[in-house]
Design a protein around this ligand. Structure first.
Ligand code: ADE
Length: 226
């Protein structure tokens, strides 16, 4: 699976993807992540007074008035066009997701289906008030929300979605994949020390987990599922 992230802040995501399980998946070539910056597709000095300043503008005022700025369509369309040239599987259509708080709710089921059906996922991260809506019409994007709250941009949603889809790809979680799924659905976990001393009080691990009786342990875990 290849993830193509369209963002004006690629550095903000670069360190995250190189850590832990996602980092290992990249090193082991189970997934790869490419960034495309809409600023790279803007003519230097465009729509500004001082043409000598290398300020690359990707936003402008909204038609019809209103607060905030809107990201221009062309730099994003050009960034996506480049991503489409770098597809892992050129015979398959990529999934194109545009993050928006008013989009379809992202779920594990969505992650599983996407991991099965696509070789390439293009993630478009908006900033400011949003992106010129003609981008959605032209690219037939799917608007996706990661929850009922408004963030300042699509970068965090992109990481949430990338992480969640990546862990559905065979081999990404390693040999403990099914155990990991099991763990997620249980709500309590304990590790050493057996007795945790904190501010004069003792906090113990539930006895059943120390019993070695796997039938009982599984029953206990089942009873603690969310
Ligand atoms: N952009 C801003 N808030 C968002 C959210 N909750 N989900 C997806 N994209 C967003």
């Amino acid at each position: 699976m290849r993830f193509h992230v369209i963002t004006i802040f690629p550095e903000s995501l670069d360190s995250y993807i190189h850590e832990s399980i996602i980092g290992r998946a990249i090193r082991e070539k189970k997934i790869d992540v490419r960034f495309y910056n809409p600023r790279d597709f803007v003519v230097v000095g465009k729509s500004q007074k001082d043409k000598d300043k290398p300020y690359l503008r990707v936003d402008d005022k909204p038609y019809g008035g209103g607060p905030g700025m809107v990201m221009e369509a062309l730099p994003i369309l050009k960034a996506v066009a480049l991503a489409e040239k770098k597809l892992k599987n050129k015979k398959l259509k990529p999934k194109i997701i545009h993050f928006s708080p008013s989009g379809k709710k992202f779920t594990t089921a969505y992650a599983k289906t996407t991991a099965k059906k696509y070789a390439d996922v293009i993630l478009i991260c908006g900033r400011y008030e949003g992106i010129d809506s003609r981008v959605d019409k032209i690219l037939k994007t799917e608007l996706v929300s990661i929850g009922d709250y408004v963030l300042t941009g699509g970068e965090l949603p992109a990481m949430v979605v990338l992480d969640s889809i990546a862990r559905q790809i065979p081999g990404v979680l390693g040999t403990f994949a099914s155990l990991e799924e099991e763990r997620i659905s249980s709500s309590q976990f304990y590790t050493r020390p057996e007795v945790l001393l904190y501010k004069g009080k003792k906090y113990r691990v539930p006895k059943v987990l120390l019993s070695g009786n796997h039938k009982k342990i599984n029953e206990w875990r089942e009873s603690k599922k969310k």
